[in-house]
Ligand binder design. Structure first.
Ligand code: CO
Length: 134
């Protein structure tokens, strides 16, 4: 059902510092920060030949990544995102198997303007898992 790895998201406290590490130490191509107030994060994309890394920095008072950064003050892998062809079919199949879909269970428009869903980490090896319809 799942296809390509779309991105790995890393939560960070300081986007500028995170960007500098990837640019300078790793020689990566990194985009400018994009605030996404609807998602409570500011995002930087690291463009790799085969996938993307996304840095997420909290934006606003109720950022969904604030708690994660309290527990992981140095930052850390927040979620992985896999591509699917049909997000509704994928959701229904997963729910049939007892997997928990976060939120109201309906896809939302994600960071790339495409429908996404998040699956409960407890059902997927302790890893918050995002599905994106491409
Ligand atoms: Co994501």
């Amino acid at each position: 059902m799942i296809g390509r790895l779309n991105h790995v998201a890393i939560a960070v406290k300081d986007l500028a510092a995170a960007t500098a590490v990837y640019k300078n130490a790793l020689g990566a191509v990194v985009t400018d920060p994009t605030p996404q107030p609807d998602h409570g994060v500011t995002v930087v994309f690291v463009e790799l030949p085969n996938t993307k890394i996304e840095f997420l920095e909290p934006l606003g008072a109720n950022s969904p990544i604030a708690k994660f950064l309290e527990k992981n003050p140095d930052g850390g892998i927040h979620h992985v995102c896999y591509e699917v062809d049909d997000i509704i079919a994928a959701r229904d199949k997963l729910k049939e198997q007892g997997a928990r879909v976060l939120g109201d269970g309906n896809p939302k428009i994600g960071a790339h303007g495409k429908p996404v869903l998040f699956l409960h980490p407890k059902d997927f090896l302790g890893t918050l898992t995002e599905l994106e319809q491409v």
